[in-house]
Design a protein around this ligand. Structure first.
Ligand SMILES: Nc1nc2c(ncn2[C@@H]2O[C@H](COP(=O)(O)OP(=O)(O)OP(=O)(O)O)[C@@H](O)[C@H]2O)c(=O)[nH]1
Ligand SMILES: [Mg+2]
Length: 391
């Protein structure tokens, strides 16, 4: 099934959402984050009918937004005709189930929304496994809540024996599934490691595209490699798998391997990052990173900072990088302001329009200058190609 066909299948006609969050003192990205949540829900075909925020020093331990606000939301949802409440943060299982009771609405949090998008997009064996792993890990803590509600009889068919609670039985099942996925991922990881070792042996220069989701990473890979089969689309998290293409310099004097990777976003569930760690190992092992920033976005510097934070989590923030300010065709003059700010922070900048190829020559030259200094290409033997190091 092609990616395009798959996208059409993502439809959720039964949900209409009301979104909410807690604004802690000193927070200044609440609206941006809520706008992003609206977009994330749109990617699941869920319409957002309203938003309601609550100023609080800290979230309520029992219901996150507090019971008063929950009552208010219940009325607001009835008025709007919404049947789903989405909190733009992470809820613990107790908060989730209390909110459900207080509002009589189905309740999701941001992590759940992001995981649902990933689940819909995943179409390779590895991506599916990684998403499943994150989902199981997300489910495990909510079983503790379940444990309180379930009796400890455990004397039904299929239970292990007297004394085992429903909670323990569920937990054991999930743990088993997590372990089985980890075993399967280990096999994929091993073949990745072997490929990496082959590349290492031949000294293939490795460059990774990283950046906020929808910034244009895949479009850049498509343009630079002239491979039209690479999928880019105006939606979040189009790319989940790390794909690589060999890029030749214009004068055919050499080449490097360019990786496309899963996009980042603010408040990404840590279980998802952890689950995708194997795929993202290509980032940590790169000689050079191309940090792609959508210059036409409302908050490009904020996105850049979120990318840097994620790179830190991946222990890739010390890898040399070039920042690619992309979509200059729509960003116009504001690109210069972003450029000045990032140069002042010591970043190396190239401006591109990935759709037309503007800026590609300068980008390739900068990549070559950098790679020539740190990793002069070896003279390739026929093995080099036969070993498929560019796969
Ligand atoms: N106008 C304009 N649009 C661009 C440019 N580069 C990419 N786009 C568009 O931006 C959208 C996202 O591009 P992708 O290449 O899929 O972005 P990505 O970073 O790979 O996104 P994910 O894989 O979802 O993380 C697509 O609709 C592209 O056509 C550009 O330079 N100018
Ligand atoms: Mg992509």
């Amino acid at each position: 099934m092609s990616k395009k066909q798959k996208l059409i299948e993502i439809s959720d006609k039964k949900h209409t959402a009301l979104i909410s969050t807690v604004v802690r003192p000193g927070t200044n990205d609440t609206e941006v984050s809520l706008d992003e949540l609206v977009m994330l829900l749109e990617n699941l075909n869920i319409k957002t009918l309203g938003r309601s925020v609550q100023n609080r020093t800290t979230p309520d331990s029992g219901s996150f937004i507090g019971s008063g606000k929950a009552e208010e939301i219940k009325d607001f949802a009835t008025k709007l005709g919404a049947n789903l409440l989405v909190i733009d943060d992470f809820l613990n299982p107790t908060q989730k189930s209390n909110l459900q009771k207080l509002t009589s609405l189905e309740v999701w949090d941001r992590a759940f929304v992001i995981m649902k998008i990933f689940e819909n997009r995943a179409d390779t064996f590895e991506a599916k496994l990684q998403v499943k792993l994150a989902q199981y890990k997300y489910e495990i803590p909510s079983l503790k809540g379940l444990g309180l509600q379930m009796s400890s009889t455990g004397a039904g068919i299929g239970t292990r024996g007297p004394g085992e609670t429903e909670y323990e039985r569920h937990r054991r099942k999930l743990d088993k599934r997590v372990n089985s996925i980890m075993d399967k991922l280990e096999i994929v990881k091993k073949s990745r490691r072997l490929r990496r070792e082959r590349r290492h042996k031949y000294g293939v220069p490795l460059v990774s595209l990283v950046g906020y989701t929808n910034s244009g990473k895949s479009t850049l890979l498509k343009g630079l490699s002239k491979d039209a089969t690479i999928v880019s689309a105006n939606q979040l998290f189009t790319t989940l798998d790390t794909v690589a293409r060999r890029i030749n310099y214009r004068d055919a004097s050499g080449s490097f391997l360019l990786f496309d990777t899963v996009g980042f976003i603010r408040k990404i569930p840590t279980d998802l990052i952890a689950a995708f760690r194997a795929t993202l190992e290509e980032v940590a092992g790169a000689d050079l990173l191309l940090v792609v920033v959508d210059a036409s976005d409302k908050e490009p510097i904020n996105h850049f900072d979120i990318v840097l934070e994620t790179l830190k989590e991946l222990q890739a923030d010390t890898i040399p990088r070039i920042t690619v300010l992309n979509k200059i065709d729509v960003a116009g003059a504001s690109t210069d302001i972003i450029e000045i700010e990032l140069i002042a922070r010591g970043e190396e900048i190239v401006k591109t329009c990935a759709l037309t190829g503007e800026g590609y020559d300068i980008l390739l030259e900068k990549i070559r200058t950098y790679l020539d200094n740190v990793k002069p290409e070896k003279t390739y033997t026929p093995d080099y190609y036969n070993d498929n190091v560019f796969d």
